[in-house]
Design a protein around this ligand. Structure first.
Ligand SMILES: [Zn+2]
Length: 304
């Protein structure tokens, strides 16, 4: 599943390739992904000029302009969605035999959207999604936060300056502990809650907590300000490292340019059940537990 660093990597890539392009043609191979495409999706995007690509949590927000109006084309990659771009491709018709697109590593059975771009950097953009957990939407760009309900309840961005120890301590930990019977929630559960922090997934929370030497099951009431400083600092550090490396490698995900060699971030805890802890001087082993249906990993020397 593409996590935040992958989405940020693809955002940077698409922003470079697509800004200034105009959508010449949109073809949908099906009427829905996880949800139906919005009404008039192809018509509304055709002729739009792409201004830039930003990101909110794991949503790609492709800002477009058409007839003086701003449209935001929202893309969520779900579990296996991939956006593949090939510059200068003169693909008249889309077909399984098209040799140019085979070079992108596209599995044509899974192509859901294909687009032709014109002006500036012309090319072909494909979205494929084997498991179809991704989705797309169009929002009114002038009233983005109002118009797009999916973005309304999202918490703060873990890569923004707002995500710091003071914030986690005051606005989250203390606030939760002041509510009756909620101090028992685990720190991992809180960090995965999109209403607090938007876009953080299992791998990076697990890694961040390992770096911060915090047991994922530690109850919120047992977390102090110093822990909050380490947690936010270390989560940001792992995210930044992964973005620098182009996102961690995941089986069904490829870089936006279609390259297969995706950098594997060196994971310290995630997936390392029973292996030695990699912290210097630590003789612990990595243990695995299931929290909320997801695997969590931590060093056996870290107290709950
Ligand atoms: Zn250790």
């Amino acid at each position: 599943m593409p996590e935040l660093p992958e989405v940020e990597t693809i955002r940077q890539y698409l922003d470079t390739c697509l800004s200034g392009c105009s959508v010449a043609r949109v073809r949908l191979a099906r009427s829905d992904l996880r949800f139906p495409f919005p009404q008039g999706f192809a018509e509304r995007l055709t002729g739009a000029r792409i201004i830039g690509v930003s990101r909110r949590a794991k949503y790609l927000l492709i800002a477009c302009e058409k007839e003086g109006r701003k449209i935001v084309w929202l893309v969520h990659l779900g579990m296996s969605g991939r956006i593949l771009w090939r510059a200068g491709e003169h693909s008249g018709e889309h077909s399984g035999e098209h040799s140019g697109e085979q070079g992108l590593g596209i599995n044509h059975r899974h192509v859901c959207v294909d687009m032709k771009m014109a002006n500036g950097d012309s090319g072909v953009l494909c979205y494929d999604d084997a498991r179809r957990f991704g989705f797309m939407d169009l929002c009114n760009g002038d009233a983005m936060e109002n118009d797009c309900q999916r973005l309304q309840k999202l918490g703060i961005e873990p890569l923004s300056n707002l995500f710091n120890g003071e914030w986690l301590w005051r606005s989250v930990i203390c606030a939760i502990c002041n509510r009756r019977n909620s101090g028992g929630r685990s720190i991992k559960d809180i960090l995965m809650d999109q209403g607090y922090v938007a876009g953080l997934g299992n791998i990076y929370v697990t890694e961040g907590l390992w770096h911060a030497r915090i047991h994922p099951m530690r109850a919120v009431k047992d977390i102090n300000l110093d822990d909050c400083e380490r947690i936010t600092r270390d989560i940001r550090k792992v995210l930044r490292k992964a973005i620098e490396a182009g996102g961690s490698s995941l089986k069904d995900y490829r870089r936006g340019d279609g390259s297969t060699g995706y950098f594997q971030l060196k994971l310290r805890a995630y997936g390392r059940t029973n292996e030695d802890c990699l912290r210097k001087g630590c003789d612990g082993k990595i243990n695995k537990i299931i929290i909320g249906g997801r695997s969590s990993y931590f060093c056996s020397n870290v107290a709950k």
